[in-house]
Design a protein around this ligand. Structure first.
Ligand code: VGL
Ligand code: ZN
Length: 193
């Protein structure tokens, strides 16, 4: 069991319409984790702990798009409908929104890349980061690696992530990699309430 403390924070990665079934870059079943993600949000909010929501936030000429030499279809263009959060995701007032991938020439899978997430966490004395969202093997994995490398104790919320699975098993493999690098794999019922 894990007991939450005042030095904990939640990071919800890229729960945006374009990553949901029917979106521009769909993550299969990504909409199915929304209720669980919301349970984590409620829990951290009730404890008065900081909430961070990252957003893939690309300009139209972003390097990750196929037409610009990247591997992805156009997705999460700044201010577009597809870049909006899933309509059932609960984003409480006071939550921090972290835009990433907003420079045309830089891909940013990690929510730390080119953002002020680290300084916001450090300023608040946060030592442990709990991470959920999509996609397991891209933005979630790289955010977990970033968090570990920056010295945060890092929990992967396994019941609140979904993978793209360009290759079958990518999600499972990513979770193994995160575990090997030192992430702690966690589920909702393992947090002391
Ligand atoms: C993501 C591919 C491209 C993600 C973002 O949020 O995992 N994946 N851009
Ligand atoms: Zn992207």
């Amino acid at each position: 069991m894990v007991k939450l403390t005042s030095r904990d924070a939640l990071l919800v990665v890229d729960m945006q319409k374009d990553f949901m079934p029917g979106g521009a870059l769909p993550v299969p079943e990504a909409d199915e984790i929304v209720p669980t993600v919301n349970r984590y949000i409620d829990l951290f909010e009730k404890r008065g702990l900081p909430l961070f929501f990252s957003r893939d936030w690309h300009p139209e000429n972003h390097i990750s798009f196929k037409e610009n030499g990247g591997i992805w279809p156009v997705h999460c263009v700044q201010w577009s409908e597809g870049a909006a959060f899933h309509e059932s995701l609960r984003v409480p007032p006071g939550a921090f929104i972290i835009n990433k991938g907003d420079r045309p020439e830089l891909e940013a899978y990690s929510a730390f890349q080119g953002t002020i997430l680290r300084s916001l966490l450090e300023e608040r004395g946060i030592r442990r980061l709990f991470i959920c969202g999509v996609a397991t093997e891209y933005c979630v994995k790289h955010s977990v690696f970033g968090s570990l490398n920056l010295g945060f104790t890092t929990f992967l919320l396994e019941d609140a992530v979904k993978a793209v699975e360009l290759k079958k098993g990518d999600g499972k493999r990513a979770i193994e990699e995160m575990k090997e690098k030192g992430a702690i794999i966690l589920q909702f019922n393992l947090i002391e309430s």
